[in-house]
Ligand binder design. Structure first.
Ligand code: B12
Length: 211
């Protein structure tokens, strides 16, 4: 089995105590960090998601796989974020109120940083007022909103409306993402951009700043 496949399996098999060694071995074998992420970790997490949905595994297992993923990301993030380019633009990003999922958001943060953006990571469970305050008080080009639950997705729309109400609608461009979020939803709620994954998030941020 190749290294990247082994990493994917380690997420699925909850091998949190082996993932650091496997990730380091892959890096030593000169597998690019982005390949480890996109072809190892993310597909592994996707299998976990399907198993959870189908009732084959339960929350403790999901937590353990999330911990496994985070251990690998701690090794990969400094590599993905290496930058010696001037700032491409300033971005603030957070997971919306009521939602504590941050694995995907953290990948988006690493990829943005790796592509030369300055990123303020607002964390999880961020309320609307905080997003408004951050946009008001900082010179940002992009605000990123992440939601992983259908029940928290409406907080994205609420945040966009709150920005408009505060007269900040034109001050920042809003990009949105997370598993239940779609381009159609982004269009419907008046977001400026949508990204299906971290690479798309970077492309969208770049496009919006260029226009
Ligand atoms: C890991 C996980 C957890 C972990 C989270 C750990 C953490 N620190 O994040 C824990 C165990 C804590 C958890 C808890 C819960 N979870 Co959960 N979880 C997942 C799981 C399995 C994987 C999510 C993940 O990390 N995916 C991997 C990353 C890489 O993908 P991603 O998040 O989609 O991010 C990518 C893109 O979406 C995009 N992106 C993400 N954010 C952004 C932002 C911007 C701006 C852009 C442009 C792009 C972008 O780029 C990312 C990188 O490619 C999903 C299943 C799934 N398939 O999504 C369920 C899932 C999201 N969870 C679910 C549920 C129900 C819950 C709980 C309610 C369970 C419970 N009964 O308590 C709680 C909710 C807690 C809360 N209040 O938030 C459901 C949601 C169902 C729904 N339709 O709402 C899912 C879909 C599982 C299922 N049933 O199928 N969960």
């Amino acid at each position: 089995m190749n290294k990247v496949k082994q990493i994917s399996e380690a997420i699925v098999q909850l091998k949190w105590d082996e993932i650091a060694a496997l990730t380091n071995e892959a890096l030593e074998a000169e597998v690019p960090a982005l390949e480890i992420l996109n072809q190892g970790l993310v597909p592994g997490m996707s299998v976990v998601g399907t198993k959870f949905r189908n009732g084959e595994i339960f929350l403790p297992e999901v937590l353990l796989s999330a911990r496994t993923m985070k251990t690998a990301l701690e090794i990969l993030t400094p590599i993905l974020s290496q930058q010696d380019t001037p700032s491409m633009g300033r971005v603030a990003i957070g997971t919306v109120k009521g939602d504590i999922h941050d694995i995907g958001k953290n990948i988006v943060v690493s990829m943005l940083e790796g592509n030369g953006f300055e990123v303020m990571d607002l964390g999880i469970d961020v309320d609307t007022e905080r997003f408004v305050e951050v946009v008001r008080d900082n010179n940002l080009q992009i605000l990123g909103l992440s939601a992983l639950l259908t029940s928290t997705m409406p907080m994205i729309e609420e945040t966009i409306k709150a920005l408009e109400k505060a007269g900040l609608g034109q001050k920042v461009q809003v990009i949105v993402g997370g598993a239940p979020v779609t381009q159609a939803y982004a269009d419907q709620i008046g977001a400026d951009g949508y990204g299906a994954d971290a690479v798309a998030a970077v492309e969208k941020a770049r496009d919006l700043i260029a226009t």
